[in-house]
Design a protein around this ligand. Structure first.
Ligand SMILES: [Zn+2]
Length: 330
């Protein structure tokens, strides 16, 4: 049923790589730390939603995570998309605390936390925009017309209370995450008299068109590349200048020795700079000899092109494999 699984977003890996290599006194550090913490909070909320979605009957639904599509030159990202033969459901996970109330008089959302009342930004705005974009995308890319796309907001904090307006329809689109499956099924029932669509076809078209966002973080935060510290980082204490002695990277700070620490440095390079590296760039990054750089790059089996000093080695298909390999070899 999980047609496209959720994985830690590339942006989180990039932000973590940047923080590993930026001075603790760097003026942009606080902003990057805040952005990273927000990204983790969002991701964890999505994981909680995934947990609740396990209860959907797997034969009748397809779930796609982190889908990024383009319509009329504009990209849009959907964190969770559930497909049934009768309707699609776009679900936005939110980590709101307290009580969420829709005030009918002012037509605004109010959040009550520890006795304090504040007006909220309408949580449906974003997901409703995505609904329109997906409908448009389906029309132009899959020739599918009139397939209902339902926007929903799932509040992932289990202690948060959601109070719908008094005369709301049964399918109020904001709910605690635990009620998401019921809500999807109730909505689905409403459309069962329609002609079913081929969700395998839609799923395959979406997966084919999905283009994950690749961001140049240094540009985004206006960080001078020379502010990014180079070197091989100690997996134990974080010291950034390990030296290669007797076939191991050696940490002068804590004495830790590692045979794979350079792989994480290469992953950081690909995450932060570009998706190719030459022997010279590798030497500067790792602080090692030409012969050693050749040895490391060849041993990793990276695809390469060009000859002698112009040879470029390409980033692996999935840089996550590099990071997890180093983690598992600690
Ligand atoms: Zn160390």
């Amino acid at each position: 049923m999980n047609a496209k699984k959720r994985i830690v977003p590339l942006l989180i890996l990039q932000l973590e790589a940047l923080l590993r290599r930026l001075s603790h006194l760097h003026p942009k550090r606080k902003q990057i730390e805040d952005d990273l913490s927000m990204m983790w909070s969002g991701y964890n909320g999505e994981l909680l939603l995934d947990y609740d979605l396990r209860f959907l009957p797997y034969r009748s639904y397809q779930i796609l995570h982190d889908v990024r599509l383009q319509v009329f030159g504009k990209c849009f990202q959907i964190d969770t998309l559930v497909l049934s033969p009768y309707a699609a459901f776009i679900i936005e996970a939110k980590n709101y605390a307290g009580t969420i109330v829709f005030d009918e008089e002012s037509e605004t959302f109010i959040q009550l936390v520890r006795g304090k009342k504040k007006t909220m930004k309408d949580p449906l705005i974003q997901v409703t925009r995505q609904q329109k974009q997906l409908e448009e995308w389906l029309r132009h890319n899959a020739g599918i017309h009139g397939y209902p796309v339902i926007p929903m907001v799932a509040i992932c904090n289990p202690s948060t209370i959601v109070t719908p307006p008094k005369n709301h329809s049964q399918t109020w689109p904001i709910m605690n995450s635990i009620h998401t499956v019921d809500q999807i099924q109730q909505n689905n029932e409403l459309y069962k008299n329609r002609k079913p669509v081929d969700i395998e076809l839609i799923k395959n078209k979406i997966i084919l068109a999905d283009t994950p966002l690749e961001q140049d973080l240094l540009k985004k935060y206006s960080i001078n590349p020379s502010d990014v510290k180079l070197g091989v980082q100690c997996p134990e204490c974080g010291h950034l200048h390990m030296t290669y002695i007797r076939r191991r990277w050696d940490c002068s700070e804590c004495g830790h020795r590692s045979s794979v620490a350079h792989i994480k440095a290469l992953a950081d390079y690909f995450l932060l700079f570009k998706n190719t590296i030459t022997n010279r760039e590798c030497r500067i990054l790792l602080g090692c000899s030409e012969r050693l750089a050749y040895h490391f790059l060849s041993k990793l089996g990276l695809r390469n092109s060009g000859k002698t000093s112009g040879r470029k080695y390409y980033a692996p298909e999935n840089v996550r494999d590099f990071l997890s390999y180093v983690e598992s070899s600690k």
